[in-house]
Ligand binder design. Structure first.
Ligand SMILES: Nc1nc2c(ncn2[C@@H]2O[C@H](COP(=O)(O)OP(=O)(O)OP(=O)(O)O)[C@@H](O)[C@H]2O)c(=O)[nH]1
Ligand SMILES: [Mg+2]
Length: 439
């Protein structure tokens, strides 16, 4: 429980119909009493209309909704005040709240309190953030799955299995004479568990990609029109275009929403023999972008297209690849080995390109059972898997039970971190700093 009271604007700044300020913490109702003369009593989950005044100064008429802790978002007494949506009113109101002892909430502090007060686990807290920040329909769909508890459920069930196995080992530790642990069944269970977590991580990967955007690199030789293509896809002049080869020297990344699917498109420096050090660094980044991307668009100007090395290399890597011929407005091109013929300048063939981008990434975007998972969550699941792997090794190498037990215990701890039981203040701070103030 926290002893201080926090408040923050929970709706966007600016002119709007209403602006909601949230107040939470022990003593919230008492602190508000003088500001809300129209509400001698506040009832749980009831809304009331009242004047909001500071001493004799009338600030606004507000709708007051009270949630008595622990049955509130934060688990504490929580009041939502709906003002008229004028930033000046909000400012006056916040000043009045500070004067009676509230302080400004930090980003995500309401949700952080909810976690620390046991209202929900960290996974759900992160899901709430994903719900708010999802940029496309697909990402939103994945966030909703996570919010509704699919991920928590999986993790809790993994954890329960680990604890069960730990119990078997502990019995052996405590009663070495009486009990003979059945190692073959323990080993089998551990192997099963490791496999289960591994499969879960593999299927969840997509969640990360969906929310952060499918990394798509536009690569090719200099001057083929990569930057022009980026601009055409974005429908704005983002990258510098010129007829000098070697114009783009660094990678440029932008979000692109195609029919609800988020692509993170990267325009890269053209590949050729570098003429100076900066260009060389740029080309290195191009190669990195290729490594990191889920999809590569290899652009050619068919007129000058000679070097097939890059195409061969990309095919060998097994990257999802679109080979496109650009400048169809000034070249007549045979379809031949090209997947797409387009003109980044006139927009011809662009729709076909977008359709192909969607088609080639269908395996990523079809949301099956997988849930959205953040990099932190993936790390914790991998940690748990590693510790289980080590406990398996311990058994296979004939180590003592306590070594096995320690490893299994560490695995459980990783999942505790994931769920937010026993997390450090530090970690919480890091996670919640991504949230918006007022959430
Ligand atoms: N006619 C025609 N010209 C194009 C087309 N796309 C690009 N260009 C021209 O080709 C030249 C190079 O375009 P960029 O987009 O800068 O090429 P780039 O591949 O990004 O080049 P680097 O950044 O130097 O590697 C510019 O003069 C563009 O106007 C197209 O579809 N048709
Ligand atoms: Mg360029």
């Amino acid at each position: 429980m926290f002893n201080d009271r926090i408040c923050a604007l929970s709706t966007p700044r600016g002119i709007s119909a209403t602006a909601v300020i949230r107040c939470s913490g022990k003593g919230t109702v008492e602190s508000l009493r003088n500001l809300l003369p129209g509400t001698s009593t506040l009832q749980h989950r009831r809304a009331k209309v009242s004047a909001f005044v500071q001493n004799d100064r009338y600030i606004d008429e507000v709708v007051v909704t009270f949630f008595k802790g622990p049955a509130s978002y934060t688990g504490e007494d929580l009041v939502e005040l709906s003002f008229h949506g004028n930033p000046l009113i909000v400012e006056n109101a916040l000043k009045a709240l500070f004067a009676v002892g509230f302080r400004m909430a930090l980003p995500g502090e309401f949700t952080k309190r909810a976690v620390l007060n046991g209202k929900f686990d960290l996974i759900r807290a992160e899901a709430i953030n994903a719900l708010i920040t999802s940029k496309t329909e697909k990402a939103l769909e994945a966030a909703i799955k996570s919010f509704r508890g699919d991920l928590s459920e999986e993790v809790i069930s993994f954890r329960a299995k680990i604890i069960e196995l730990l119990a078997t080992v502990e019995v052996e530790l405590n009663y070495p004479e009486e009990i003979e642990t059945d190692y073959s069944s323990l080993l089998e269970n551990l192997l099963d568990l490791r496999k289960g977590i591994a499969e879960f991580i593999a299927s969840s990967q997509n969640g990360i990609v969906i929310s952060q955007g499918i990394k798509t690199a536009i690569v090719g030789e200099t001057n083929v029109g990569k930057s022009t293509l980026l601009n055409a896809l974005l429908k704005r002049d983002r990258a510098i275009v010129s007829d000098l080869p070697g114009t783009t020297r660094d990678t440029i990344e932008e979000d692109l929403n195609i029919e609800g699917v988020l692509f993170r498109v990267v325009d890269t420096a053209g590949i050729r023999e570098a003429e100076d050090e900066i260009e060389e660094l740029g080309i290195e980044r191009t190669l990195e972008a290729i490594e990191e991307s889920e999809l590569v668009i290899l652009l050619h100007d068919p007129h000058n297209y000679a070097d097939k090395d890059l195409e061969e290399a990309l095919k060998k890597k097994g990257k999802r690849l679109i080979v496109a011929a650009n400048k169809s407005d000034i070249r007549t091109v045979e379809k031949g080995s090209y997947d797409i013929i387009l003109s980044a300048r006139t927009g011809e063939g662009l729709k076909d390109l977008e359709r192909l981008m969607l088609k080639l990434t269908e395996d990523i975007t079809s949301i099956g059972n997988e849930v959205i998972i953040s990099a932190r969550q993936k790390q914790k699941l991998s940690d748990a898997m590693d510790f289980i792997g080590r406990s398996i090794e311990a058994i296979e190498n004939g180590m003592t039970v306590d070594v096995t037990g320690t490893m299994i215990e560490q695995a459980a701890r990783s999942l505790d971190d994931l769920l937010g039981t026993n997390v450090t203040e530090d970690l919480l701070e890091r996670i919640f700093s991504d949230f918006c103030v007022g959430k």
